[in-house]
Design a protein around this ligand. Structure first.
Ligand SMILES: NC(=O)C1=CN([C@@H]2O[C@H](COP(=O)(O)OP(=O)(O)OC[C@H]3O[C@@H](n4cnc5c(N)ncnc54)[C@H](OP(=O)(O)O)[C@@H]3O)[C@@H](O)[C@H]2O)C=CC1
Ligand SMILES: CC(=O)N[C@@H](CCC(=O)OP(=O)(O)O)C(=O)O
Length: 353
């Protein structure tokens, strides 16, 4: 008999992407689908791109208490997950796609999100050192945020290999509008977003502590990072441009010969770290990531160079924020937790054009 997955927040963007993936998953049946204000509506009214769910109605979140599910995905607004998790039957595996259980430091969580910290679950980024084993052994996993997925996977191998300095990292990352969820917001009106690019939450983005926590776990010295997010006029995708000072005697002084770390060394670190990873692709030399190439798939596309004049490594990552940045990564973790092959129901191939 197959295993069953239930979803809270199934009417949202991340929830909808998860349903799309679950429909193609050979080992997981779709159990109760819970929503907030959409409870009672047919799933296809909210997600017309999922016709195979016609006739299925969203239930109220309280119905999950009775759910006979092997795994429950929580795709709820920040602050709402702990109360729902507390009502779930003992022994059921739970993955939180929201931020409630990602941070170890309760004070950092309160500063970023407000309200009380709900606790810390296993961080669900399988590509980090030793993470896969921890996820397999956990029954509670916090799926990483969308920006933290792109930025951490871009920088982790360079920091771990000691090729870049841990301080003075600079990241500018652009996201499509679905990153903000589907509830109507004034700054997301189509007529205002189209043909516009703007920075937002400058110097104050809630994902910075999460990225610092993930990267800080890889090195012995403090990590500092300027992090600027940009809203891009497209529905999906994140492009993170990350730069860090090259290590080595004289690196960063601004002349070519001062720098010891080469592009080949940086590429080598990425290739070595990700050689066996099913969803991370280091692109051939000279080809830079496109968000459009990642859409609909669970892939991360990476490219790196040593900008010797600036004395900095430049590494660029592209992901689909709703797939590898949310639902796909959560399903990757679910496969591990359920003892299934990690890639079950997932693909690294995208949709184009
Ligand atoms: N969008 C993204 O790219 C990413 C999102 N995430 C995280 O996933 C979570 C969901 O995000 P997203 O899908 O974008 O958000 P949406 O706003 O699109 O969806 C929110 C979902 O939560 C439901 N909901 C809202 N309030 C309640 C409540 N009080 N009780 C029960 N259900 C409720 C909504 O139901 P209804 O609409 O029916 O009221 C809807 O199903 C968030 O924590 C987000 O940070 C993580 C990574 C990336
Ligand atoms: C475009 C946009 O507004 N993006 C959101 C991403 C938030 C999100 O999805 O948060 P988690 O990944 O932590 O769940 C933002 O920048 O706040």
């Amino acid at each position: 008999m197959g295993m069953t997955a239930a979803v809270a927040g199934a009417s949202g963007y991340a929830g909808g992407e998860l349903l799309r993936l679950l429909l193609g998953h050979p080992e997981l049946e779709i159990g109760p689908l819970a929503a907030g204000s959409s409870a009672g509506r047919d799933v296809t009214e909210v997600h017309p791109h999922l016709p195979d769910l016609a006739g299925r109605a969203f239930v109220d979140t309280s119905a999950l208490t009775e759910a006979d599910a092997d795994i429950v995905f929580l795709a709820l607004p920040h602050g709402a997950s702990a109360a729902v998790a507390a009502t779930l039957p003992a022994g059921v595996r739970v993955i939180d796609l929201g931020a409630d259980h990602r941070l170890v430091d309760a004070e950092a969580w309160r500063r970023a999100y407000g309200g009380e910290h709900a606790g810390t679950w296993t961080y669900g980024m399988p590509e980090l050192p030793a993470a896969r084993e921890a996820i397999r052994a956990s029954d509670r996993v916090a799926a990483p945020g969308c920006y933290p997925t792109a930025v951490t996977l871009a920088l982790a191998p360079l920091l771990a290999a000691g090729l870049v300095e841990t301080e003075d990292i600079v990241v500018v990352a652009a996201s499509g509008t679905s990153g903000a969820g589907r509830s109507p917001k004034v700054n997301l009106l189509g007529s205002e977003v189209m043909s516009d690019l703007t920075a937002y939450k400058v110097g104050n983005h809630q994902h910075r502590p999460e990225i610092l926590q993930a990267l800080g776990g890889l090195v012995d010295t403090p990590v500092s990072m300027s992090f600027t997010t940009v809203l891009a006029p497209m529905p999906r995708g994140i492009l993170a441009t990350c730069t860090a000072r090259l290590r080595g005697e004289g690196a960063g002084k601004g002349t070519e010969k001062d720098t010891e770390v080469t592009t080949d060394a940086l590429r080598g670190a990425l290739l070595t770290a990700y050689v066996d990873e099913p969803f991370v692709r280091v692109l051939p030399p000279g080809r830079w990531p496109h968000t459009s190439a990642t859409l609909g798939g669970n892939a991360v596309h990476l490219q790196v160079t040593a900008d010797e004049q600036a004395g900095r490594a430049v590494v660029v990552a592209a992901i689909d924020n709703l797939c590898k940045g949310a639902a796909g990564q959560a399903l990757q973790c679910a496969n591990l937790m359920l003892g299934l092959p990690e890639s079950t129901g997932l693909t690294a191939q995208g949709v184009a054009p």
